[in-house]
Design a protein around this ligand. Structure first.
Ligand code: ADP
Length: 205
């Protein structure tokens, strides 16, 4: 069952302030108690809220499976994406490692002179880069990064569930969120396993 906007608002108020009387809810929404009556009846009948005489409405903690599923299905990448950390493709492996520590991220994205995405650099890529007898202060990340066309990307309007599936299927930790402008793949965000975990926890709360 889809809740309407007002029902969602009521649910939020009761979650935060319950037990709360119908009049108090009406007050918070600047509506009359009579206007709210049908919404409260629906919320009570469908099991979201419970009502006790002289106590008021309280949240049952039960969100139907259907509601949870439709919430998960509707989250867009743009709503939860985090900030991408970008480096130039001629950055040295050494500099990239420093950047990874300073920014506290697990993946860096490499861009070219036009600011277009050209590579993905993960922790294991950097480890591999340090294992040879290479001079890591000289060797650029372009030597070790995963390059186009092998980069898996997503777009801001993609569903988060699609991005999550890509992470699982491709066995990777993050996806760059890309916006295409005149042939330039501008990286505007990042979806990681942490992004998905945070979205999951937020939903449960
Ligand atoms: P880690 O290497 O730290 O375990 P990943 O599992 O994300 O991190 O990376 C594994 C490999 O997949 C690396 O070689 C990395 O370059 C590559 N990779 C990571 N993210 C992507 C992506 N979005 N598209 C393509 N390849 C990726």
């Amino acid at each position: 069952m889809e809740l309407n906007e007002r029902q969602e608002k009521i649910l939020k108020i009761v979650k935060q302030h319950g037990p709360i009387t119908g009049s108090k809810i009406a007050e918070q929404l600047s509506l009359t108690r009579a206007t709210l009556r049908p919404d409260l009846a629906i919320l009570t009948m469908s099991g979201y809220l419970d009502a006790r005489p002289r106590v008021g409405y309280f949240y049952t903690g039960k969100e139907s499976e259907e509601v949870m599923t439709s919430k998960v299905r509707n989250i867009l990448v743009s709503e939860v994406q985090s900030v991408p950390i970008l480096i130039k493709q001629d950055t040295s492996i050494y500099e990239a490692i420093v950047k990874m520590f300073l920014e506290d991220v697990g993946t860096l994205y490499a861009i070219d002179e036009e600011q277009s995405l050209v590579g993905v650099i993960s922790r294991k890529d950097l480890l591999r880069g340090t294992m040879g007898s290479n001079d890591i202060e000289k060797v650029p990340v372009s030597v070790i990064m995963t390059r186009k066309p092998n980069i898996t990307i997503c777009y801001p309007n993609d569903l988060l569930i699609y991005a999550a599936n890509q992470l699982i299927e491709k066995q990777i930790d993050s996806l760059p969120v890309v916006e295409e402008h005149d042939g330039v793949d501008k990286v505007i965000g990042r979806v990681t396993k942490t992004t998905i975990t945070r979205a999951f926890v937020n939903l449960m709360e």
